[in-house]
Structures are given as C-alpha cells and as structure tokens.
Design a protein. Structure first.
Length: 353
C-alpha cells in the first residue's frame, strides 16, 4: 500500500485469530513484516506491536464496520468456525459458520478487499476412498460442520470477478498445541494405556502441518484468481505406523489394541445419539477409513511443498501436551482446538484399557 509517497506494511484480517491455527497464521504473517488484525469470540492475550485483537462476533455488524474502516485490510484469512462436537446448538453453529462467512464476504465487498483465503475441510466427505481425492470429487458432507463449510465455499466463490477467493480444503491441522479430540489420544499415550484402534489400523488418514498451511496462506496472496486447492502432507502412513512412531519416540508404554470394526462403529453411533460421546457422524464414519487428498494442483499452481509427515507432526503435538499437561488441563476461555475435548463414555474405555 502507498500513502504519502511511502510504502505501508500490508494489513491482514484473521477471523478466528485466537484459535489454534489462527495463532500459527498470525505469527507467520507477522514474521513476514505484515500488520495483523484478529477477531475472535475468545480473548487473545498475544502481544505484538503490529497486532491488534478484537474480541467479538463476525456477525456483529458494528464491530466489523469498525475493523474494516479503521484497519482497511488488504486480505482476509477466514479461519473462524464453530465445531459440531463442541457446540450442541446447531442453529448457532450454522449462524456462525454460514451467516458469519456471508458477513465477512459482504464487508470485504463493501471495503474493496480483493482477496479472501478460506480454511475449508475434508469433512466435505465422510466415506472411504481407495485413491487420493481430487478437487473434482463432488462433496457430500454428512453432518452440519461439513455442510456449513461447503456453504461457505459457495458464498466465497459467488462473485469471482469482484473477490479472488482461495479455498484450502484441509485435513486435520497438526502442530504443537493442537488438542481437541486429539487430546484424548494424548492422554492415553501419556498414561501408557492400551491405545484403542477401530479395525486393523492399516487405514491411512492425512494431516497437514500448521506451519505448512500458514505458508500456503502466504502463497495464496499472490494468486490473482479464485480456486479450490486440496492440501495435506506427503507419504501418508497407516495409523498403526503413525501411532507406533509416537509411542516409540516418546518412550510411552502404550500398546495398540484393535477392536473389531463393525461392532465398534455401531457402538459409537449409539453413544453419539445418546449424547455420551464426543465422536460425531464424521468421526465414526472416518475412524477406520482411508482419506488422502491429491495435492498435485497446489504444488503445481502455488509452488506449495509440505515439510513434515503425519508421524512427525503428531509427535510434536504429543510432546507439547506431555510437557504442558498441567497448564493445558487448567485452561479456560480458549478455542476447542486449544483445549482437550471431554471424553464422555470414552472415559470408561480408558479405565478398562
């Protein structure tokens, strides 16, 4: 940006900036010399001379008006979303994820923002794939979170002549500090308990390293078009191999314990509908399935190259949990991915293992 003959630093708005990935992204952009502004429902204690945090709702028009008029962001990184296993009020989730996306888009249009980068999800599908999934595969989400992400994509691609929207369909984002449902896994490993596996554990499910996704967001700024990109790690190994790697490297006494696939999935469905399990339709459909994105397009068009494999990033996330367990378990007023999900009925399974 030019003002009074001098070049200003780029200003970027991050929705969900206090969350797990929002925090990684703002730190990455600040290192590149940018100015960052965040809006999040949760408080943000992060401090930096080029960072401004607003606590509030992206559906709050007066707050959004203030942010856009005062800071005049050049681009928006739309990371904010409510998760289905955290917010049982499904109307609230739809309002936050869909109406919120529409509000972000409308304010970007109003203030002449030319670029939106949206973090979408592999929750747009919930079935086994025998080969890597391309961007051409027709989405078919089975629960409200995936449906809300798909609707958000449609909103952001509705006027490509006015705003360039880059959409990253992302698998599970992994790095130090990533918790949520993974926090339950980490607790089993940390206590050296048997690690329950659904099926034989030979299925492969892709992750993405948070810092790699942040780098992709930076690369997206140079794209003068709207596009959907799959993103994910390379060389995806089976869950047996990934979990055993973490167990071996951490020195945990855990062992893999395999339950029959079909009875366990049936039991997870029943527990979910009884409201005693944190694992929803997406999780119990995918827990023993294969899902890997074909990432050839993002490598070719954006020059993206992942740096860490599944097992390496999962180990980093576990080691952070192990080293900061007491602080983590006492956290309050943080996003879902920054806290450990409630176990529900899994607690009974834990004590049996």
């Amino acid at each position: 940006r030019q003002q009074n003959g001098r070049k200003e630093m780029s200003c970027y708005l991050i929705t969900g900036g206090a969350g797990f990935f929002g925090t990684v992204l703002k730190q990455h952009l600040l290192k590149q010399g940018a100015e960052c502004v965040s809006i999040d429902l949760e408080p943000d204690s992060f401090q930096h001379p080029r960072f401004t945090a607003y606590q509030g709702d992206i559906n709050d028009d007066s707050l959004m008006e203030k942010i856009f008029s005062v800071h005049k962001p050049e681009a928006v990184f739309h990371c904010a979303a409510l998760l289905a296993h955290v917010k049982k009020d499904l109307k609230r989730l739809w309002h936050a994820n869909v109406d919120g996306t529409r509000n972000v888009y409308d304010f970007a249009l109003k203030y002449g923002v030319k670029k939106i980068v949206f973090i979408s999800s592999n929750c747009l599908w919930a079935k086994n794939f025998d080969s890597p999934v391309t961007e051409d595969e027709e989405p078919n989400p089975v629960e409200i979170y995936g449906k809300s992400k798909l609707e958000g994509e449609k909103i952001l691609l509705s006027q490509p002549d006015k705003i360039n929207s880059i959409i990253f369909r992302s698998p599970t984002i992994m790095d130090e500090g990533r918790l949520g449902l993974l926090g339950i896994l980490f607790e089993f490993i940390d206590e050296g308990r048997k690690l329950p596996m659904v099926g034989d554990g030979t299925n492969r499910y892709q992750f993405i390293y948070a810092k790699d996704l942040a780098k992709a967001c930076e690369l997206a700024l140079a794209a003068d078009y709207s596009e959907i990109f799959n993103i994910g790690a390379d060389d995806v190994k089976s869950f047996n191999e990934v979990y055993q790697y973490v167990i071996n490297k951490s020195g945990s006494g855990s062992r893999l314990f395999h339950f029959p696939k079909l009875p366990m999935i049936w039991a997870m469905k029943v527990c979910f509908w009884l409201g005693i399990s944190p694992l929803g339709p997406y999780q119990y459909k995918m827990i023993a399935s294969n899902f890997i994105f074909d990432t050839s397009k993002i490598k070719e068009k954006l020059g993206f190259c992942p740096t860490l494999k599944n097992e390496e990033m999962l180990l980093r996330a576990y080691e952070f949990y192990h080293q900061n367990k007491n602080e983590i378990l006492n956290r309050k007023d943080v996003s879902a991915h920054n806290s450990v999900a409630k176990m529900g009925v899994i607690k009974i399974l834990k004590w049996l293992m």
